[in-house]
Design a protein. Sequence first.
Length: 443
Amino acid sequence: MLQFDLNIKMENKLILTQDMNLSLKVLQMNILDLERYVYEEVEENPVLDVDEEEYINFIKFLHQDENMCYQEINDETNDREIIETKELNLRDVLLEQLRLSKLDNKKYKIGKYIIDNLDEAGYLTLSIEELSKELKVRIGEVEEAIRIIQSFEPYGVCARDLKECLKLQLINRGLADDILIKIIEEYLEDVASLNYTKLSKSLGLTKEKIFDYINIIKKLNPKPGLIYKSSNLQYTFPDALILFDNINDEIKIEIMDKRIPKLKINKMYLELLSKGDNFEKEFVRDKVKRAFALIKAIENRKNTLEKIFLFIANEQKEYLFKNGTKKTIYLSDIAKVTNLHESTVSRTVNNKYVQTPKGIMLVKNLLSRGIAQEDERVSVEHIKRLIKDLITNEDKRKPYSDLQISNILMEKGIKISRRTVTKYREEMDILPSNLRKLDKNVK
């Protein structure tokens, strides 16, 4: 016979309401995502209206900003630079360069046909013979047109295979030498597998020199055309300005919410709550509740971002305003200030940008990584400098292993595992000890 027991257990459990979920969703959006979301809500929710005066100001604001966007660049201080916006694609870029080449009509048509037959990665999909036959021109004329297009940017386009693509990039950038070309033509698989020993023996070069060559090859783009793949240039906009008030000697945060139109509730629908029938009241009640929740979520987002950005800016004051070094900031520090969970803070700062005296920066780049020690937090940047200094000053005939470096840092009061040393060394493109070791006969 089956027996059933009834057990009562109490536990703490957080249950998110719809309003809380909406608030978290809005908080984690960057300004452009929020702008799109708000207009989608205005279209779907008849209760929501855009304030007309605010809307006119918003249109003026957009008109001033409509021809600008930001594109990512490799720079320590500026994550983005402002450029003119135009959705570029590989074909347009190459055709523009073809037009500027001042070719006669026949050569231009051959070149245009070749460009039209490049795949999205920039590779030529037809053979010279096929092109010659389809265009009814001599093979020499096709080869000449290919050579012209192969000199265009992005370097590496119009190649027939990977090896040719990489060689074109080296040649056009003035980096090609006989060794590099030989490595690409004969040892590309060994480069992919980082087989330093085989390459060193085959080419009669030191492993250090092989490492330098491989580093050059690794920086080449095997699919140059993809930099112009659809919507490569994406709009972005800083979520806030970080300013310094010299008069009051304090940091100010200005949330850039001009893109978000001011919302209000349509009065006609509010009247239905008191005058409409039951069906109308129920319909309007849900829509009004959703509308108020969105308005409240947007305001909550503004207040929360102000707290987060102000805390980060004050912590990084020396770095942002006085050319000092970045401090280590933990998500837990921000969580305490905002009363948010660390995971929510992480998602909130993940895709946000701020305008600073050093340019527009990803907020997450202001959260310098660090390792907790007994008495203090030591930044990863500082640990990397210590590792690099140890390797720079080591005896090249007896280079430090990663374990030895870990032990040396332990003696200096920095607790770091061998595995972490290996990770940081590799991030700095520093060879392991067996590859840094010089021959004992070298003086």
